[in-house]
Design a protein around this ligand. Sequence first.
Ligand code: SF4
Ligand code: SF4
Length: 191
Amino acid sequence: MSRPDRRRRYWNEPTMGWWERAYLFEILRGLSVTGGVFTRNLWRWMTGRKGALTTYYPEEVRKDFARHNRGKHVLTQRPDGSPQCVACNMCATVCPARCIEIEAIFDPADEAHPKSPSRFEIDYSRCIFCGMCVEACPEDAIRMVPEVPNLPSTDRHHMWLDMDELLNWRPQSDVAKPYPPAPRRDGGDAP
Ligand code: SF4
Ligand code: SF4
């Protein structure tokens, strides 16, 4: 004999009074909220102000990312400006989207860090921003920052970020280590 279906009751299941059960009043209340927002935004638009939180891309680009947003990868650097990455490929191996490509070079003269990347590229048309590459890195060489790169393109080959772009991260301060100053625009040495 099959058991009758039992509907699970949630611990915080709401109880409705006759007002909610009648539905019509709640539908009218919802329409009044929606209509109020619509009318306010329409009035602002008619008076030359920005109403809704719509971003008119590409004329406008959002900058108000949350502090914990993870929208772009960066490669950290040693105090001499070289990448901290040792080209171990762990990030590329763990990446579920298979969107990190690394080519390594070997420098026997550098005893401390003989291996480093000559090419480090991320395909943002496939990245799912899961952060597993950051978790896997044993060198704190790859991190994610709140900013979002200007990605939209009609050609997905333009959505690859290369090492120059990934190394172009110069935080004001880094709790983990001192950071190399940005090179001077006139080509001279950094102060
Ligand atoms: S965030 Fe996830 S999908 Fe994107 S490169 Fe890192 S591991 Fe791959
Ligand atoms: S970023 Fe980290 S995990 Fe990826 S290759 Fe470099 S050192 Fe290895």
